[in-house]
Design a protein around this ligand. Structure first.
Ligand SMILES: [Zn+2]
Length: 283
């Protein structure tokens, strides 16, 4: 499942083909994904210039000249493919249409953007750009972990008195937007905090250390995603999934990577999801 760094990578990969270009044709191949598509979606997209792409949590937002914003969520299995040769940056022939190509956008620069999603947990919607942040999906989100509103003071206050495990608190999208299971495991390992600790019982000083660590973990992953974009030419035009080495995630039974720690990575299940951690150095 794509997390914030993967979504950021997809957005950066789409930008050269979409920003400043006009959607010449919008082909919508079914009435819905996770939710119904908005009314007259094809008409509302066709002829619109994409003014800019941005990201909020795990949503890609494309602001259109019409004053509407196309919201894109990849869900569990959504993929964005870019074909064509916009700006001579890469050459991917338009592939044969596949069964799960639900939305196909032909840009006036020759790029074709295809949204393919076999499991259909993804979503697309059209919002008023001016009030997009107040929409149902976005209004409930906490601050962006890489943004200015996310600070030591903010997180310390958010954790105060919280009786839930720190793992759940960090996954709570109302506290921080866009963190998922993988990067929460990595963050807690780097911070030396057990995922089982109650959020409200961690010393304020220790909570504060989570802020730069979260930023570092996400930035490292975004950098790895950026490197994957350099190989985009040979990657068949598919965006968003890249090889990234994790310190604890999916490493049950393997030695802890912290210098001087001889612990072994363990896996426990919390709220139905796997937590990977080192019981020796994460307290
Ligand atoms: Zn360890």
């Amino acid at each position: 499942m794509p997390e914030l760094p993967e979504v950021e990578t997809v957005m950066r990969g789409l930008a050269p083909s979409m920003e400043g270009a006009v959607i010449a044709k919008a082909q919508i191949n079914r009435p819905d994904l996770r939710w119904p598509f908005p009314d007259r979606m094809s008409e509302r997209l066709t002829g619109q210039r994409v003014e800019r792409l941005r990201r909020r949590s795990k949503y890609i937002l494309a602001d259109l000249a019409s004053g509407e914003t196309l919201l894109i969520h990849l869900g569990m299995s959504g993929r964005m493919l870019v074909s064509g040769d916009p700006l001579g940056q890469f050459v991917h022939d338009h592939p044969q249409a596949e069964k799960h190509d639900h939305v196909v956008l032909d840009m006036d620069n020759g790029a074709r953007i295809t949204f393919n999603d076999p499991r259909r947990f993804g979503a697309m919607d059209l919002l008023d750009t001016a009030t997009a942040e107040d929409s149902k999906l976005l209004a409930v989100l906490g601050p962006e972990p890489l943004g200015n509103q996310f600070s030591e003071n903010y997180l310390t206050a958010a954790f105060k008195g919280k009786n839930t495990p720190v793992k759940s608190a960090l996954l709570d999208q109302g506290i921080i937007a866009g963190l998922g299971n993988i990067y929460v495991c990595e963050t807690l390992h780097r911070a030396g905090i057990s995922p089982k600790r109650k959020a409200g019982q961690i010393a304020g000083r220790k909570v504060a250390t989570l802020v730069p660590i979260i930023r570092e973990v996400l930035s490292d992953a975004i950098e790895a995603g950026g490197s994957s974009l350099k190989d985009f030419r040979s990657a068949g035009g598919e965006l968003g999934y890249f090889q990234h080495r994790f310190d604890v995630y999916d490493r049950e039974g393997a030695p802890c990577k912290r210098d001087g720690c001889d612990g072994v990575v363990a896996r426990i299940v919390q709220s139905g999801r796997s937590s990977f951690y080192c019981p020796r150095c994460q307290r």
